[in-house]
Ligand binder design. Structure first.
Ligand SMILES: [Zn+2]
Length: 276
């Protein structure tokens, strides 16, 4: 089943494969691929664990988790029902073929950042890491995501560059090429948890959608929200730019479940952004 019909079906799909296994009283839906969000529904007041660790469950029994971009083993979901019974079931994400680009002959200084900025870069990475530890009670992620801007998808999630023979961090986001000044709109409601200028990320905003789900916006020329703002779906958040380490004007759009990096294009209500 493709991911669009999963999303369209909402929570109707069943966790039960068509062979052998007895039915369970919970469902998991989503793209079910590496680097995607998975949505669970259990009876209200159930307790839920992911690989043996408790997961936060909303009052109506819904919960969320993410499959890591390189995850090859199954995630084990265990649910204890309010009547005392329980079930466990494994969910294995389908594997993706990420792009690999080999780039040779780069000046080494562009591959390794200069030492005088490494402390600043480390501090900014830690700030983002700490913000993504937040377990807020919001449920804004449940209504799905719009594309935050029009544009051309100029970079896909998970692609890996090998610079001068050294693998660099895979590309954990979607790049949307558009002119400087193109508006960026909130793809879902959320709370602004970071809004700052960073060395590599440029104009940077982190939006918390609840239950560990967050999205981030990099290289902005202008940021039009501030920390603590409660933004609505579709609200103007900033303008596309070329700040930080960017070779052209674009929005780098990223999604996380806590520290797990997800492909935002796997959680959008439409498969492609609007053209410019
Ligand atoms: Zn990017």
């Amino acid at each position: 089943m493709n991911r669009r019909s999963f999303l369209a079906a909402g929570l109707a799909a069943t966790a039960t494969p068509s062979f052998a296994l007895p039915p369970v009283r919970f469902t998991i839906t989503g793209a079910m691929e590496q680097g995607s969000l998975a949505f669970g529904q259990a009876p209200p007041d159930s307790l839920v664990a992911l690989d043996g660790r408790p997961l936060s469950v909303l009052a109506d029994g819904r919960f969320v988790f993410g499959f890591d971009y390189d995850q090859t083993k199954a995630s084990l979901i265990t649910v204890r029902y309010p009547d005392g019974g329980g079930d466990s079931r494994s969910f294995k994400p389908s594997l993706r073929n990420y792009e690999i680009q080999r780039v040779n002959g780069l000046p080494q200084a562009t591959v390794t950042p200069p030492p005088e900025v490494s402390a600043r870069i480390a501090h900014e990475a830690e700030t983002i890491y700490l913000a993504r530890l937040t377990q807020s009670g919001g449920t804004d992620f449940l209504s799905g995501f719009d594309w935050p801007a029009p544009g051309i998808e100029s970079g896909v999630f998970g692609s890996q560059r090998i610079d001068n023979g050294v693998p660099v961090t895979p590309h954990f986001g979607v790049d949307m090429a558009a002119p400087v000044g193109t508006p960026i709109h909130a793809p879902a409601a959320g709370i602004v948890s970071i809004c700052d200028d960073y060395y590599l990320d440029g104009g940077f905003t982190l939006l918390d959608h609840g239950q560990g789900v967050s999205t981030s916006y990099l290289h902005q020329s202008k940021r039009l929200v501030k920390v603590g703002d409660v933004v609505k779906r579709g609200q103007l958040m900033g303008l596309i730019g070329q700040t930080g380490r960017a070779t052209g004007p674009h929005l780098h759009w990223a999604m996380n479940w806590f520290q797990i990096k997800l492909d935002p294009s796997r959680s959008t209500r439409k498969p492609k952004p609007d053209p410019l």
